[in-house]
Design a protein around this ligand. Structure first.
Ligand code: FES
Ligand code: FES
Length: 149
């Protein structure tokens, strides 16, 4: 049994230590807000926070995050909607199909903690997650709005 700290709660999972964190979050714990896209650390759909830093969970073995704080999209705000990035995402109507969006939000929220007034170039540099629907302009708008909320 492995004990993880997920969204502020201790969670016990019975998995092999090498199991990717993404698989554990989705298939074992049932937190399906985090998505599987490429599985090879390219698309960012699986982005969560590990000790506050945005990381791609598809390529992190669960044994590597024991004792660390894991935050998923479900734990970004207490009610699932009140984080400034979540509010800005709704205001700017960012999602299209939505598949990449939880990873985008986790990445954007982490970026805004480091840089409270990012420029377009800084946003483009930091936001290297992929969106097949091409929502990049709205993501830029929403990040700038979130910085003001
Ligand atoms: S599923 Fe992890 S980066 Fe694509
Ligand atoms: S909103 Fe469809 S992949 Fe990004």
């Amino acid at each position: 049994m492995i004990t993880l700290n997920i969204n502020g709660k201790a969670v016990q999972v019975d998995v092999a230590p090498s199991t990717p964190l993404l698989w554990v979050l989705r298939d074992v714990v049932g937190l399906t807000g985090t998505k599987y896209g490429c599985g090879v650390e390219i698309c960012g759909a699986c982005t969560v926070w590990i000790d506050g830093s945005a990381e791609k969970s598809c390529d992190v073995a669960v044994k590597e995050v024991v004792g660390k704080k894991i935050t998923t999209i479900e734990g970004l705000s207490p009610d699932g909607a009140s984080h400034p990035v979540q509010k800005a995402w709704v205001a700017c109507q960012v999602p299209q199909c939505g598949y990449c969006q939880s990873g985008m939000i986790m990445k954007a929220a982490a970026m805004l903690r480091e840089n409270k007034k990012p420029t377009d170039a800084q946003i483009d540099g930091a936001m290297n997650n992929l969106c097949v629907c091409g929502t990049y302009q709205r993501i830029r708008d929403a990040i700038k709005l979130a910085a003001t909320l």
